[in-house]
Design a protein around this ligand. Structure first.
Ligand code: GYE
Length: 336
């Protein structure tokens, strides 16, 4: 079957060459609109990396949706480095893609490359994470921004914790932050603190980045446990900005001879399958959902932009909160 497809393709290509030669370079006579219609849409997507289960699901969603929509996707993995993402965006500009989409690893430092995209008249879509510019309005540099509200996620984590623990005596919280300077790390911290401001007995005693990875989550949790012990402090709660860091931390807690989910209450963000499994095993207490399945929305946005439609500046993703007691029932419904 494959062989035949190849043969047919070769014949078609050959015929096309002959036809071109026969035309002697004369312009083809298709009207412009028709030509545009059969031209395949090309988008360049610069991804943050592959740091978490969330990110893997996000990449898969974008690749599958592009295929489904018949859109050619030029995909670049930034390996969590801004310079790689800037390079990728520049190469998309050079290749004159129809639309550039990217998920910025950090909020700042995009001014120059976004100006270059603007000068090249290539529309830009922000997915998942927000940006800040040195000067000027970021909204002038992208058509739309699709993704979750990370401040609400931080607030939801805090609200769940208050509801679950209902403590009036001191509660010592340690926090595993996401990538330094990234929108989800900044906003999940902010949202959580906003709610806790009115509950001063809930105190963040240690807070450090675990870069959204399991390995760093484990490493930093080990150091939290060690220093808390040395200082004679008890850790009551872990708030992790994503599930992967919580899962890494669970290992560290177990290796220290403690029971995650019992001796230390754990709440994290994303809602990946690994978190549901940890909840079913009684080691994680709650995950706040953040959907990575942005692919279909992204492809719709691309098509709408190219069809000349006006898009909403902000397309928000819906989120839920999943405590451990619903985990077993919910796991079969989870898509990531
Ligand atoms: O929570 C984390 C990932 O930007 C929402 O990035 C995303 C975050 C997600 O690495 O797991």
């Amino acid at each position: 079957m494959k062989k035949w497809t190849k043969v047919v393709a070769a014949v078609v290509a050959g015929t096309m060459l002959l036809a071109l030669a026969g035309c002697g370079g004369a312009k083809d006579s298709k009207p412009a609109a028709e030509k545009k219609a059969d031209k395949k849409i090309v988008i360049g997507f610069s991804q943050v990396g592959a740091e978490s289960e969330w990110r893997t699901a996000n990449t898969e969603s974008i690749k599958a949706a592009a295929k489904e929509a018949g859109i050619e996707l030029k995909f670049s993995d930034g390996q969590q480095k801004q310079e790689n993402q800037v390079k990728a965006i520049r190469s998309f500009i050079q290749q004159k893609v129809d639309v550039i989409a990217f998920s910025p690893v950090v909020e700042t430092g995009w001014d120059t490359v976004l100006q270059e995209a603007k000068d090249a008249h290539i529309p830009v879509i922000l997915t998942d994470r927000a940006i800040k510019l040195g000067k000027g309005n970021p909204e002038d540099y992208y058509v739309t921004f699709l993704g979750s509200d990370f401040i609400v996620e931080g607030q939801n984590a805090a609200k769940w914790l208050l509801e679950f623990t209902k403590k009036t005596d001191p509660v010592n919280i340690v926090e595993l932050q996401g990538t330094v300077g990234s929108a989800p790390a900044i906003d999940r911290k902010k949202g959580f603190e906003e709610v806790m401001k009115d509950h001063p007995n809930y105190k963040i005693i240690k807070s450090q980045t675990g870069d959204f990875t399991r390995a760093k989550g484990k490493e930093v949790m080990e150091s939290f446990l060690k220093s808390a012990k040395a200082e004679g402090q008890k850790i009551d709660v872990l708030y992790a900005h994503n599930d992967d860091m919580a899962i890494g931390a669970i290992q560290a807690i177990e290796e220290a001879g403690l029971k995650p989910g019992k001796d230390i209450i754990i709440v994290s963000v994303d809602g990946v399958k690994g978190a549901f499994e940890a909840m079913i095993a009684g080691k994680l207490n709650c995950t706040v959902e953040c959907s990575p399945l942005l692919g279909p929305q992204l492809m719709d946005a691309v098509k709408n932009i190219l069809a000349g439609k006006t898009l909403e500046k902000r397309i928000l993703t819906k989120e839920g909160v999943f405590p451990a007691d619903v985990a077993a029932k919910e796991l079969p419904n989870r898509k990531y």
